[in-house]
Design a protein around this ligand. Structure first.
Ligand code: 8ID
Ligand code: ZN
Length: 358
């Protein structure tokens, strides 16, 4: 069996308290094999994606507080280098390449887990939120929830499938659409959105991408969006979508990080349409006319990451080359700067933090 030498310390990107800047700690302790509990594994990370959720968590944007000090990150890929003693029936072994997603662990026995909504488990542990995440070289995770990564996809290409990919894959899966339907994607040029464009195309949907700026326009159209709407320039988004679709879109999957992306969604959906709420502004409320929602038989559904099966399915599609993350690699020490770019809406696609870049 493979054996690995595990250092005592490592580099980690730490948020000391809510709202604090990132502090790079080059002496952060690594858990030894003896310190791992049954069911835990230690993963030596190749890389991690940076999701807008990590920024929300660092800033304390949400009604639920993150642990502090916090190591964020929940799009990691790396190698299992240790497993806790007395771990029963581990689905992974030393040397396996695995992914770390937002849902680090769940009990697997409660009603939510039994029904496949593991993400709603009351015992859920969340990477980079309630337990330390993937903005470090070695992360402690859980054998039952790490995602096996197929050999035919490199780690940096797989990383953002673990959150952005899984999340939009599941949201589109439950969007009550069939091939040929129109789907509107506000936030289409961002991390989640640019993958939503592609997963929607895989399902044969016709995509209207909504975001802003030339770089995001070019990316969305290259990835298969049929129409582009710049939300900063378009004076009447509802009229524009109706003129493209005839009687409105069949679904909208909203991945914008603010409430504005949700505005008017009910108005531009056709009767029977489905609004999938994915973007997570902490304080915004969803404003929709009750009358029109009822009269048009609109469904409004929240969609929260995905379970182990969603992760396997989303990764499989990416490993077969049907969906590709558009990314740029940066070293972990650049995380603060990555957050600045994210706040300014300047990142088309994703930034991947490459642990081998110093
Ligand atoms: O499980 C979930 N539901 C889940 C999982 C992962 C992430 C939810 N999220 C949430 C994040 O917490 C965040 O709130 O989804 C949101 C988007 O995450 P991201 O894709 O990682 O963020 P990004 O790369 O910054 O992309 C956001 C895009 O939205 C656009 C921006 O220009 C950017 O490209 N956008 C904004 I801000 N306002 C818009 C608007 N009014 C808009 N696009 C269209 N209309
Ligand atoms: Zn995420």
């Amino acid at each position: 069996m493979a054996s690995f030498t595990i250092p005592k310390t490592q580099t980690a990107a730490v948020v000391d308290h809510s709202g604090a800047n990132i502090r790079i700690d080059n002496q952060f302790p690594v858990k030894s094999q003896e310190e791992l509990l049954p069911g835990e594994c230690l993963v030596k990370l190749d890389c991690s994606g940076a999701c807008h959720t990590d920024l929300h968590a660092a800033l304390g944007d949400w009604p639920l507080p993150a642990k502090t000090p916090l190591i964020g990150g929940h799009e990691g890929v790396g190698i299992v280098v240790a497993i806790g003693s007395n771990t029963a029936n581990s689905p992974v072994k030393l040397g396996d390449r695995v992914g770390i997603k937002w849902l680090a662990n769940s009990c697997l026995n409660c009603e939510d887990c039994r029904k496949g909504r593991e993400q709603n488990c009351p015992e859920a542990k969340l990477s980079g939120f309630t337990v330390d995440g993937t903005f470090q070289e070695y992360v402690v995770s859980f054998v039952n929830h790490v995602t096996p990564i197929p050999d035919n996809i490199p780690s940096d290409e797989a990383a953002s499938i673990l959150c952005a990919g899984v999340t939009v894959y599941r949201a589109i899966k439950y969007s009550q659409t069939v091939p040929g339907d129109w789907i509107v994607l506000p936030g289409a040029g961002g991390g989640l959105g640019h993958l939503a464009v592609q997963y929607a195309r895989v399902r044969g949907l016709r995509v209207i991408a909504v975001d802003t700026g030339d770089a995001k326009k070019e990316l969305c159209l290259k990835l298969g969006a049929e129409k582009w709407i710049d939300f900063m320039e378009c004076k009447d988004i509802v009229a524009e979508i109706k003129s493209i679709t005839g009687s409105g879109a069949h679904s909208a999957v909203v991945t914008s990080a603010n409430g504005a992306g949700y505005r008017q969604a009910v108005d531009y959906l056709r009767p029977g349409g489905t609004l999938m709420a994915v973007g997570l502004p902490g304080k915004a409320t969803l404003e929709a006319s009750i009358w029109w929602t009822v009269f048009k038989s609109i469904s409004i559904l929240g969609s929260y990451v995905g379970n182990r099966q969603d992760a396997v399915e989303a990764i499989d599609i990416a490993a077969r080359g049907q969906v590709k993350v558009h990314f740029v690699c940066r070293p972990l020490k650049d995380l603060e700067d990555v957050y600045e770019g994210m706040k300014a809406g300047k990142i088309a696609g994703r930034i991947i933090l490459d642990m081998s870049q110093k």
